[in-house]
Design a protein around this ligand. Structure first.
Ligand code: ADP
Ligand code: ASP
Ligand code: MG
Length: 404
């Protein structure tokens, strides 16, 4: 008998039919004698709708209340999934994040899991129940509902698998696994049989929303091997695991694009020690994650400083930067929307050269202008105009021979 954690995303529970399909799959695993913990997301579109509703009521809704609101999406699905299992004669109980013992820090709308005490989950499993846990949510130390950031049900599943020492963790979604690029953008993308944590982490944090990046970070830290597979068929999917030597033979594993980026330039910043620290400390204190940072060569003691961030964080960042510009004596600042970050990822890049040149050549051939460049050991990212992002992704994917 194995303990299996199965996570089903929004499209997999999008309507009553799909929920019954999930219940059928869960029942099949349960009937094979396994203990099953199911993590479900909100039905697809529900979280987005709730966010829209909140903004209709208040331009900048309170984060605590946002969490109370958004957590209802997953709460709906756990109950419906439990009911669908009951209808098939399978014992099942639903639990909210708090009831499942998922305790987080206090940062509403993007909380981090502090610890999990899954006593109730174990009790119910021992009693022969399928346990259905609401993804994406927890509770802070003072008892308030928190949520784990968009796509956070992946994190719930991985973290529960670690806490329960599960034998298997399966992330069921609407594609057959992790592909060399988003199969909706690159039609000839290939499914990968396996991928290392580091590559998955880079692809996810650079825009491949098939896995929430924080969940991959967590899996790497606690060595949770997991698979990504389809809830609509029995194809084997992609195994995400620790790197093996063979994996380094592949230079570029995949390409990803992040269209949710904005760019901020602070113009004519006085070039003296402590200014960068002042700017980025203030932005960090507002819980805004800054991504690429470029500082120009200084001319006459002044420099321009450009950075990218998630476009949803732009209003929050603006609030901080406005007074800061005056304080540090900069000339002003500009914000650019409509940009995208395109990246190639692969652990093989550590030992192979020429990837950057290949990527830039492919973009040059399509007359796509590169606005910013950043590299790490296993990835190269460029900022380009969002309008050409899909075309750029296809040509770069083709350049490295990743297509079918
Ligand atoms: P779920 O609702 O199951 O969590 P998501 O919509 O969050 O599913 O993630 C699945 C989607 O991720 C796919 O439909 C696909 O369009 C997108 N995606 C982006 N990049 C990739 C990739 N490299 N491989 C597979 N899917 C990807
Ligand atoms: N429902 C949440 C979201 O849409 C969490 C998830 O689906 O993983 O982001
Ligand atoms: Mg998801």
């Amino acid at each position: 008998m194995s303990l299996i954690v199965q996570k089903y995303g929004g499209t997999s529970v999008a309507n009553a039919e799909r929920i019954k399909n999930v219940a059928q799959r869960v029942k099949r695993s349960r009937d094979q004698g396994h203990q099953i913990v199911v993590v479900v997301s909100a039905m697809s579109g529900v979280t987005d709708n709730l966010i829209r509703l909140a903004r209709e009521v208040h331009g900048s809704p309170d984060d605590r209340e946002m969490d109370v609101l958004l957590a209802t999406g997953e709460q709906t699905t756990i109950a419906l999934t439990a009911m669908a299992l009951h209808a098939m004669g399978t014992k099942a109980v639903s639990l909210t994040g708090a009831q499942a013992g998922i305790v987080t820090d206090g940062v509403h709308t993007r909380a981090k899991i502090a610890n999990i005490t899954p006593r109730k989950v174990h009790e119910l499993l021992d009693g022969g129940h399928v346990v259905i846990v609401a993804g994406f949510q927890g509770v802070n130390e003072s008892g308030a509902i928190t949520t784990l950031g968009r796509g956070g049900s992946d994190l719930t599943a991985i973290a529960l698998a670690a806490a329960l020492k599960a034998d298997l963790c399966e992330i069921y979604t609407d594609v057959d696994g992790v592909y060399t690029a988003d199969p909706r953008i690159v039609k000839n993308a290939c499914k990968l049989d396996e991928i290392s944590y580091d590559e998955m982490l880079e692809l996810a944090s650079l825009g491949a929303k098939v896995m929430q990046s924080r969940s991959v970070e967590f899996a790497k830290k606690f060595k949770v091997t997991f698979s990504v597979r389809s809830s609509m068929n029995d194809n084997p999917g992609t195994i995400v695991k620790e790197e093996t030597r063979k994996m380094e033979d592949v230079v570029v594993r995949g390409v990803s694009v992040d269209k949710n980026q904005s760019k901020v330039t602070i113009v004519q910043v006085p070039d003296r020690p402590g200014v960068a620290a002042r700017i980025f400390k203030a932005i960090a204190d507002a819980h805004v994650n800054v991504d690429m940072i470029v500082q120009n060569v200084s001319e006459l003691g002044l420099t321009d400083m450009t950075f990218t961030l998630n476009k949803d964080d732009l209003p929050r960042a603006r609030k901080v930067i406005e007074p800061l510009v005056k304080e540090i004596g900069a000339k002003g600042f500009t914000c650019t929307e409509g940009i995208a970050k395109l990246s190639v990822v692969g652990i093989g890049m550590r030992s192979h050269s020429g990837v950057a040149a290949g990527m830039f050549e492919a973009l040059a051939a399509e007359k796509i202008n590169i606005q910013m460049i950043s590299t790490s050991e296993i990835k190269i990212s460029v900022v380009i105009d969002a309008a050409g992002a899909d075309r750029a992704m296809n040509v770069v994917h083709g350049k490295f021979g990743l297509g079918k």
